[in-house]
Design a protein around this ligand. Structure first.
Ligand code: ATP
Ligand code: MG
Length: 465
């Protein structure tokens, strides 16, 4: 593919705000290589393209501490993949982090709770002892039921299972309601919600169309998120060999943090069998220890960003992924720098283990800051995220900020934004340094504050009249 065909890809260029191409000479790079460009090697500054078709498996493991650059790398992998070819990826998006990327590349987002619902009971593996417990835990998180109430619900579910009835939370509420009217009310309030729907409203095959993300950000509790990601992975794994999924190679399933706290046997199965069905799985995690051996030994590409954990070093060395010298560099890697391990199908002399200076990103400018009607500046997702991440505030407040920005279509009118930040309890000093981190100039901040106080005076005068 040549440079011109990239810029002809209106679909993408029109939607993603690309200010600059970070590949210095994309033409020469393009002609000589296949795969997805990630960045330049540390020593020889060679452009590195990740092409899983020459590797022993299509699976990729990405490791690194929080903030080290895993998600950034994955987002760029998705963007580049959709520029160069028809994308065929399914993303399990725990926090809504991939929304802009997926939208920008013309993909489809399924929001759990809004676009589709699940009846968890349809997916329980009733042969497992803990199956009912895990659902009870989720119900407890929402209804704050007492211990005896939990036992009643447990019992009702177990009964329904042994009677082989079709289970829904609404039906369980009716069953327990005869003797426990309060409990019935609690359960009914939850019935019909994102994961306790009367029936599941999606088919797994609908998720495997070009670029798709399942957005779980609406789900509040982590227990529930992890359980849902567990179920989705299981559904994907069980549907691998069904005809309903149109079989194409280069299909990627991206699980960023999706599985970290679940001992997910289905994920191991995906790693073992995925290749047979043309699936490549990409997992990202903060600790190698979270990834089991099946996953690690089936990943033909391992990317290690900054890590500092002794146990991780031991695993990397024992598995032969990295040697002592590589490992000694890992704690000092900068954001975006990473170590690469590759396992090639053909034994050849090509590099197998090396460092990348920095994952080269295509900045996506989706945030526009206005003062009044005048556009002041465009801010990349990355810059916005980093500025928000560095605020000394609670995560809840961060979520509120993300919602505010999304509700405004990423068009941020600065005075409204500042008033909003004040209303959720953020101090003036914090607001100023936040805006400055995003690149808003002092002059704009001062002007905005002047407008705010003018508005305040007008309101006061109006009230006094
Ligand atoms: N190669 C890079 N170039 C420019 N910015 C980067 C790069 N890598 C990461 N960043 C920025 O650093 C911040 C943290 O990166 P990222 O979100 O990818 O971390 P992470 O490893 O996914 O962390 P977590 O485990 O907490 O999810 C982001 O704001 C991102 O924009
Ligand atoms: Mg991340």
């Amino acid at each position: 593919m040549s440079l011109s065909s990239i810029s002809n890809s209106k679909e993408v260029i029109g939607k993603i705000y690309m200010k600059q191409m970070s590949e210095p000479d994309i033409r020469t790079i393009e002609e000589s290589s296949t795969g997805i460009y990630l960045g330049k090697t540390l020593i020889y500054s060679l452009p590195f393209f990740l092409d899983v078709s020459v590797l022993t498996s299509p699976h990729i493991a990405v490791i690194g501490m929080t903030g080290s650059g895993k998600t950034f790398m994955l987002k760029n992998f998705i963007i580049r993949n959709s520029v160069y070819s028809e994308p065929n990826m399914l993303i399990l998006d725990m926090n809504g982090e991939y929304r802009n990327v997926v939208q920008g590349a013309g993909g489809k987002i399924f929001r759990l709770g809004k676009d589709f619902k699940i009846n968890l009971f349809e997916f329980l593996d009733y042969n497992q002892d803990k199956a009912v417990d895990s659902v009870i835990e989720i119900i407890e998180a929402y209804t704050k039921m007492a211990k005896d109430e939990a036992a009643v619900v447990h019992n009702a579910i177990s009964c329904a299972i042994s009677n082989a009835e079709k289970i829904s939370l609404r039906a369980i509420a009716e069953t327990v309601g005869r003797n426990w009217p309060q409990l019935k009310l609690k359960l009914r309030r939850l019935a019909g919600s994102a994961v306790f729907a009367d029936a599941t409203s999606f088919t797994i095959s609908s998720l495997f169309k070009s670029l798709t993300s399942i957005d779980l950000s609406e789900i509040e509790s982590d227990v529930e998120k992890n359980f849902i990601s567990y179920i989705l992975v299981r559904l994907i794994s069980e549907s691998l060999n069904k005809e309903s999924i149109n079989q194409k190679t280069n299909k990627f399933i991206i699980l960023d943090e999706a599985w970290k706290s679940v001992e997910n046997i289905y994920l191991s199965r995906l790693f073992r069998e995925g290749r047979k069905y043309g699936f490549g799985i990409i997992v990202a995690s903060q600790l190698i220890g979270d990834i089991n051996n099946v996953i690690l030994s089936n990943s033909s590409c391992v990317l290690v960003f900054k890590v500092q954990n002794m146990e991780d070093f031991r695993i990397l060395e024992d598995t032969g992924i990295a040697n002592k010298e590589h490992i000694s560099r890992m704690p000092n890697l900068d954001m975006g720098e990473c170590f690469v391990y590759l396992s090639f199908k053909k034994e050849n002399s090509r590099l197998k283990r090396f460092f990348i200076k920095k994952i080269d990103g295509l900045p996506i400018y989706s945030h526009r800051i206005y003062i009044g009607d005048k556009m002041e500046l465009e801010i990349s997702d990355e810059k916005f995220e980093l500025a928000t991440r560095n605020m000394q505030i609670e995560n809840k407040a961060r979520l509120k900020i993300a919602n505010f920005v999304e509700e405004n279509g990423n068009n941020i009118e600065i005075t409204a934004f500042m008033q909003f930040l004040t209303s959720i309890g953020i101090s003036r000093a914090e607001i100023v340094s936040y805006l400055k981190r995003m690149g808003v100039s002092d002059a704009v901040i001062v002007e905005a504050y002047e407008r705010i106080s003018k508005i305040a005076i007008e309101i006061k005068e109006y009230d006094e009249k």
